[in-house]
Every structure is written in structure tokens, then in C-alpha cells.
Design a binder for this molecule. Structure first.
Ligand code: COA
Length: 280
């Protein structure tokens, strides 16, 4: 099955390893640079198709989410700024009432991305606002260029975040910082986002792609089964209490001792060879 391409969401397939067949990285680009990659219905359906395809395609080991770079401006016009995603498409909010929004936001693509069992990285270069900050928060790791800016400006529209920031952002940066961002609607710099734990790494724009893909390659070279178990187990810390979470971990850890890849990994260490993971 080939990757689902659309005008709004494109998928580039890159190797995890240039020399050995270790599967691929799906580099997913939200492609509306003239609208700062705002999440409209086309983007959301493209993202859902992408998530379903990645989940069903064993060869894809890791997903990297990014936003398209600005197009060259027409003669005499100013260039649009760099953006990861500048939020939900506000034009689609016009005239909408609660019944419409319940349908639009039910079972949405940001939630689907969060529920993907494979590792996900957000590669952020520019504005990550509202739904853009939330797409980033739905990934496992966030890497940003130093010119990026994060924010939850929905308060300025008379709204609160609707794609999970009240929950996932709060888990990342804590109650006080989340309240400050959501109540003021003000943006923070990439360095501040790094300082408060919203972003894992900050680098110059020219290094962002290489840095992010190197991490994706490192993660993609590990056992897919073990990564999946690890992600599901760490998620338990978000949904369960500490005691229940430790019990979930104990069971997941024990079950991995019946897996092929535990034998492969331990033997490779003892024999000083490279582990040949199963990858499925
Ligand atoms: N929804 C729809 N369109 C958006 C958008 C969004 N969330 N964010 C930006 N755009 C569009 C603008 O309308 C503009 O379109 P146009 O050139 O056809 O008029 C284009 O993207 C460029 O944005 P512009 O506002 O001209 O760029 P700027 O450099 O002056 O400002 C921002 C950049 C990010 C500060 C500003 O675009 C902004 O505040 N966007 C909305 C952010 C937001 O509230 N997000 C949460 C939504 S729930």
C-alpha cells in the first residue's frame, strides 16, 4: 500500500539506515504555507489517512511531523513567516455552533496522532500556535529551531484549546505554566519552551532537519515491538495512578522476556554483535 498523498499533507519516505534495510521514516509535511499550515478539514483528513497508513505499514518505524516552508512571495509582497502550524483554520469557525464543533472535533486527527503506537517526533520551525502547539504535544518528542514560537492564543478568540492542550500541555509543563499560556494567550520563544520542558531540543534552523532525522534514525534502528511496548507503558503513567502504573510496567517488562527481540538483544550484547530486530 503506497503512502496516502494529498495537496494538504505529503509524506516523504526516508531510510532509517542508508546501508541496511531497517525500514523507513515517514516525514509528514502539513502543506498550506500561505495560511501558515493552519489545520483545515483537508489537513485533518490527510493526517487521519496518514496515521491509518503508518499504523498498517510495518516498514514505517518512525514518524516525523513538520510544516511546509514558506513559498517565495509574489513580486512586491512580503514573505509569509515560517510556521509549523499556526492553529486550527479560524475561517472554519465562522458561523459554527456547538453541534457542528462536536462533530468536527470528535475522533479528530490530533487524537489519532497521539494514539499512534509508533514513535513520533515534531520538527518545528516557526509558529506552533493553538492546534499547532497541540499537534506538537501529540508527538512523543519535540525539536524546534531557535526562531520558533509556541503559544495557545485561543483566549483571544474567546475560546480555550480544543485539541488536547488543557491535558497534554499541562502534563508536559505543569499547571502554572499551562495556565499562564492559556490565560494570557502570549507566545513564548523556543528557548523558553525548552527551559520549561515543552521542547526537547533547540537548534539553529539550518541544523534542524539533520538533527531531527538523526534522532529518528536512532529510534528507528531499535526493536519495533519493544518501542511499542515502551510507549504504551509510559502512557500508563499519564492515565493511571502511580501504583497501578508500576504494576502495568511490571507486567509489560515481564512479557518482553517472552519476545524474540529480548533474546536477540541480550545475545547480541553478550556476543558483541549487532542485534537483528524483527521489525513488525
Ligand atoms: N487560520 C486561518 N488562517 C490563518 C491562521 C489560522 N489559524 N493563521 C494565519 N493564517 C493566515 C492569515 O490569515 C494570512 O492569510 P492571508 O495572507 O491570505 O491574509 C496568512 O496566514 C499569513 O498570516 P499573517 O497573519 O498575515 O502573518 P503575520 O506574520 O502577520 O502573523 C501570526 C502571524 C501567527 C501571529 C498570525 O497569523 C496569527 O495570529 N494567526 C492566528 C493564530 C491563532 O490564533 N491560532 C489559534 C487558532 S484556534
Amino acid at each position: 500500500m503506497s503512502a496516502p498523498q494529498s495537496d494538504a499533507v505529503s509524506i516523504e519516505i526516508l531510510p532509517v539506515d542508508e546501508e541496511n534495510d531497517l525500514g523507513s521514516i515517514a516525514l509528514v509535511t502539513i502543506n498550506r504555507p500561505d495560511k501558515l499550515n493552519a489545520l483545515n478539514a483537508d489537513v485533518m483528513s490527510g493526517l487521519k489517512a496518514m496515521v491509518a497508513w503508518v499504523e498498517a505499514t510495518d516498514s514505517v518505524r518512525v514518524v516525523v511531523m513538520t510544516g511546509a516552508q514558506p513559498n517565495a512571495p509574489p513580486e512586491g509582497k512580503r514573505a509569509k513567516p515560517n510556521a509549523f502550524v499556526a492553529g486550527a483554520d479560524i475561517t472554519e469557525f465562522v458561523g459554527k455552533k456547538s453541534d457542528d464543533i462536536r462533530v468536527m472535533f470528535a475522533d479528530n486527527a490530533v487524537e489519532a496522532l497521539w494514539n499512534l503506537s509508533k514513535p513520533t517526533l515534531a520538527m518545528v520551525d516557526g509558529f506552533a500556535l493553538g492546534g499547532g502547539c497541540e499537534v506538537a504535544c501529540s508527538c512523543d518528542v519535540r525539536i524546534a529551531s531557535d526562531r520558533s514560537r509556541f503559544g495557545t492564543p485561543e483566549i483571544n478568540l474567546g475560546l480555550i484549546p480544543g485539541y488536547g492542550a488543557t491535558q497534554r500541555l499541562a502534563r508536559l509543563i505543569g499547571y502554572g505554566k499551562t495556565m499562564e499560556m492559556i490565560m494570557t494567550g502570549e507566545m513564548i520563544s523556543a528557548n523558553e519552551a525548552h527551559r520549561i520542558g515543552l521542547v526537547n531540543h533547540v537548534c539553529p534552523p539550518e541544523d534542524l532537519r539533520a538533527f531531527t532525522l538523526k534522532m529518528a534514525q536512532t529510534i528507528g534502528s531499535k526493536s519495533s515491538n519493544t518501542l511499542r511496548v515502551g510507549k504504551a507503558t509510559i502512557r500508563a503513567a499519564l492515565d493511571a495512578g502511580l501504583t497501578e502504573g508500576v504494576a502495568i510496567e511490571a507486567e509489560a517488562f515481564a512479557r518482553l522476556f517472552d519476545s524474540r527481540d529480548k533474546e536477540v538483544g541480550v545475545n547480541a550484547f553478550l556476543n558483541r554483535t549487532t542485534p537483528d530486530w524483527e521489525h513488525k
